[in-house]
Design a protein around this ligand. Structure first.
Ligand code: HEM
Length: 162
């Protein structure tokens, strides 16, 4: 990975799990120039960054089709029924049979899109399951505390005449 060494010079070091993937493009303009003017989004947080989250990304991956009759397409763009404006610069990345699963799962477009979206959801929230577990513990503790407070209240007020 590119880094800055102790003398302030650019240097390379072995990659760490916390590093970002290297962009294949030198900068945003170079990215647009090779993608029909569209800027590929950062997929590491895409399921959090878009309204609809995982469902939206699944929609984009499976939403390619021929444009309806009379729809005016701009050159180089692709029709996608779930993209705003229906014209997307990204080529259709997945089709039936794009990959082969080692366990002989049928590589339908639906299956691949679900797997990619599940993975993208995980990498956008790697701590999600831990958070849910902690949430359950917090709720259990609050229930316990409520019961305890009620018991204490009954005890303290037991001898007081109303
Ligand atoms: C399975 C892999 C991929 C996934 C999950 C994915 C996902 C997405 C999504 C969800 C968007 C819409 C972003 C938005 O709402 O702004 C998008 C846009 C885009 N993607 Fe992909 N993508 C994939 C592969 C690729 C590949 C292989 C390329 C290039 C060859 C590419 C190039 C682009 C570009 C240029 C855009 C911007 C489109 C525009 O603004 O019109 N993507 N991608």
């Amino acid at each position: 990975m590119p880094d800055i060494d102790d003398s302030g010079q650019p240097s390379e070091r072995p990659a760490l799990p916390s590093d970002h993937f290297r962009s294949p493009f030198a900068n945003d303009r170079a990215a647009r120039a090779t993608n029909n003017g569209g800027l590929p989004p950062d997929l590491s947080v895409i399921t959090k960054a878009r309204e609809g989250g995982a469902d939206y990304v699944y929609g984009i991956l499976t939403g390619y089709q021929d444009p309806p009759a009379g729809f005016h397409m701009m050159a180089g763009l692709n029709y996608n029924k779930y993209f705003t404006g229906n014209q997307i610069a990204m080529i259709q990345p997945l089709r039936d049979g794009t990959v082969t699963y080692t366990d002989a799962t049928n590589p339908s477009l639906d299956q691949q899109a679900r797997d990619v979206v599940t993975f993208l959801t995980y990498i956008a929230n790697p701590e999600l399951e831990q958070r849910h577990r902690m949430g359950v513990r917090v709720v259990l503790f609050l229930l316990f505390l409520t019961g305890l407070s009620y018991a204490v209240k009954r005890k303290l007020w037991a001898g007081v005449d109303h």
